[in-house]
Design a protein around this ligand. Structure first.
Ligand code: F1P
Length: 608
């Protein structure tokens, strides 16, 4: 939520800040602003709406000159997305200028105290208290002002700060929200995410929780929360500048859909040895440790949660172990029953999702074993986990995830197959079949992507609908959850996913002439059951699109059929979700939606 950029160098800051914000716009895009030191005073330009509005505003005003500045793209939490609430925010005298990502939970109380102290507020944001607090505690040293002011804040923050007394410096601080610093030939940088820095450097310093930094034109100094200097090591990020560009595609989402075979291939690659066995060197679990696990919890949010539901079906079938899947924001507050025999698997693309991180901490407190599946190296969840397995989806920019979800599924299959191998819960031949289907998955997904044209035609037939219902049983249902979320988040069509057998317990009352039902029918074991449910909705006038395999095609009474390649039944979700992602994409395109940046959403949800 919200993107932060900071620059201190010799070049013109305004262009660098705006280009950086472009790369971070996926994090929030309801308003934007910059502050640049001009004649030794920070000059602020901000406006509601997309970054394009800010560019336009800057273009019509007197040129913003200067080579030190901060910028922000916002996802509103406190106060509507207006120009007044856009960041940066300044303290009363303009001494401190601040951009913030996160939430200050005790801001109302702090605002009262600061108002009593005589400070005036010009916005409804929680952020403004930070600027005033810094001014209140300032005695000539901005780092010391941070040391005194920041512990008074409850909640989360990543901050970019300018102090008018030090026009040659830029300051940063972090608690729970992501922040990195970089040093390149052209100057020093602060950013929420490496995407904004890749064109300058791929070597970054990651702020640990509680750390502060002061950035000069060619220096980055780190301090702990007490203001003592700390030595930091640079981390090298394995991403190219091109990986955060569209590469000829109209949208990042389509590019990322097309990159799925590679994302899956790269994710699977390290884990299959030459004898066709699964090896996971990063797992600090002996066969005896694995045998001691009596329950698995999978905890995540959004699409990562949907990947977890696939994981439940896969693990229960392969391991005959009970698996609970929970939404992180529920899990963290429901006092889950965990002990040292529980394995908690945390799934997160960004590794920064606030609820998922809090769920991880809760599980840790209760003594469970912790294994995380994360896409972003060095992210908070990765750093706080006992064991981390990295998906190798590369940078994902479109807010609606596709390739990261597919990579998460691939990783869950690897874990399932590995545990089954260690626990000997699956016969050798059956396990070998699963592992070889897994090895062939990138190729199978490539073939599913060839259905793009067929799916585009079907999207053209249904894109005007206002409602859609996705149905399926077992793993088809797990895939339906993700398929339905994709449609609603990018096309704004109301969509729900139901277990096919459950529809008649209420929701079928909504089916009427022409209602769109997407039926996922890739499980041959349950085909006849789902086929009967399709008949039920057809009898009530629904238009039905079926996703099936060559073996499950017969017996389906559908208006349109999408036939995907067949693979091992446990990994069918990875294949059937492909045309569903494409369907959502083409529907959203026909409805002229902002596909990569759907309204009200943000890619990295760092608030509760
Ligand atoms: C979870 C998630 C994503 C979704 C969107 C909002 O994020 O729900 O699945 O696509 O970007 O956040 P994460 O924990 O997997 O980063």
């Amino acid at each position: 939520m919200c993107g932060i950029i900071g620059y201190n160098g010799n070049g013109p800051a305004v262009g660098i800040l705006l280009t950086g914000l472009e790369k971070l716009e996926y994090r929030g895009y309801d308003s934007a602003g910059i502050a640049v030191f001009q004649n030794e005073r920070p000059r602020v330009v901000k406006t509601e709406g997309r970054l394009a509005n800010l560019r336009e505003k800057i273009g019509t005003e007197e040129p913003v000159n200067g080579s030190v500045g901060i910028g922000h793209t916002r996802w509103a939490t406190h106060g509507a997305p207006t120009g007044a609430n856009a960041h940066p925010h300044q303290s009363d005298t303009g001494l401190f200028t601040v951009v913030h990502n996160g939430i200050i939970e005790n801001y109302a109380r702090l605002r009262e105290i600061l108002t009593d102290d005589g400070y005036t507020f010009t916005s409804e944001t929680d952020t403004e208290v930070i600027a005033h607090l810094l001014e209140k505690y300032y005695k000539g040293d901005p780092v010391q002002a941070m040391v005194r002011a920041l512990p008074l804040l409850e909640g989360s923050f990543a901050l970019g700060i300018l102090c008018a007394d030090f026009p040659g410096k830029l300051y940063g601080a972090r608690r729970s929200s992501p922040l990195i610093a970089g040093l390149a030939e052209d100057g020093s940088f602060l950013a929420s995410d490496i995407a904004a820095l890749l064109q300058y450097t791929n070597e970054v310093y990651r702020f640990d929780d509680g750390e502060l930094a002061a950035l000069g034109k060619d220096s980055v100094e780190f301090f702990n929360s007490g203001g003592e200097k700390v030595q930091k090591h640079k981390a090298v990020v394995d991403l190219s500048p091109e990986s955060v560009e569209k590469g000829g595609h109209e949208h990042f989402m389509l590019k990322e859909i097309m990159e799925q075979p590679e994302a899956i291939r790269n994710t699977l690659l390290p884990y299959r040895d030459k004898n066709g066995k699964i090896v996971i060197e990063e797992l600090a679990l002996s066969p005896a440790d694995i045998r001691e696990i009596n329950k698995i919890f999978i905890v995540a949010c959004g699409s990562a949660y949907h990947a977890g539901i696939v994981g439940k079906y896969v693990f229960e079938e392969l391991l005959r172990l009970s698996v609970e899947v929970d939404i992180a924001s529920e899990f963290r507050y429901r006092r889950p029953i965990l002990d040292e025999h529980s394995l908690v698997i945390i799934i997160s693309q960004s590794g920064e999702t606030a609820d998922t991180l809090a769920a991880l901490r809760e599980a840790k407190k209760r003594g469970a074993k912790l294994l995380s599946i994360v896409n972003v190296k060095g992210s908070s969840i990765a750093r706080e986990s006992d064991m981390v397995l990295y998906t190798k989806a590369g940078a994902e920019i479109a807010v609606a995830t596709t390739k990261a979800y597919s990579a998460q599924l691939a990783m869950l299959y690897v874990i399932g197959a590995y545990f089954a191998q260690q626990l000997k819960t699956v016969a050798g031949q059956a396990l070998a079949e699963l592992i070889s289907a897994l090895a062939a998955l990138p190729e199978t997904v490539s073939r599913a992507l060839e259905l793009s044209g067929t799916v585009e035609d079907i999207a053209a037939a249904y894109y005007t609908h206002d409602h859609a219902y996705y149905i399926g049983r077992n793993l088809d249902y797990a895939a339906a959850l993700e398929a339905s979320l994709k449609l609603k988040e990018i096309s704004y069509i109301h969509s729900e996913a139901y277990p096919a057998g459950e529809l008649k317990h209420g929701t079928i009352s909504l089916i009427e002439e022409g209602t769109l039902v997407m039926a996922l029918c890739c499980s041959s074991r349950l085909l006849l059951k789902t086929a009967a449910n399709i008949k039920e909705v057809k009898a009530r006038g629904a238009g039905v699109v079926c996703v099936c395999t060559p073996d499950t095609q017969a017996d389906l009474e559908a208006d349109r059929v999408i036939t995907v390649p067949h693979t091992h039944h446990l990994i069918m979700p990875s294949v059937e979700v492909i045309p569903m992602q494409l369907f959502s994409y083409y529907v959203a395109k026909l409805r002229n939606c902002d596909i990569d940046k759907p309204r009200n959403l943000a890619k990295s949800v760092t608030v509760e």
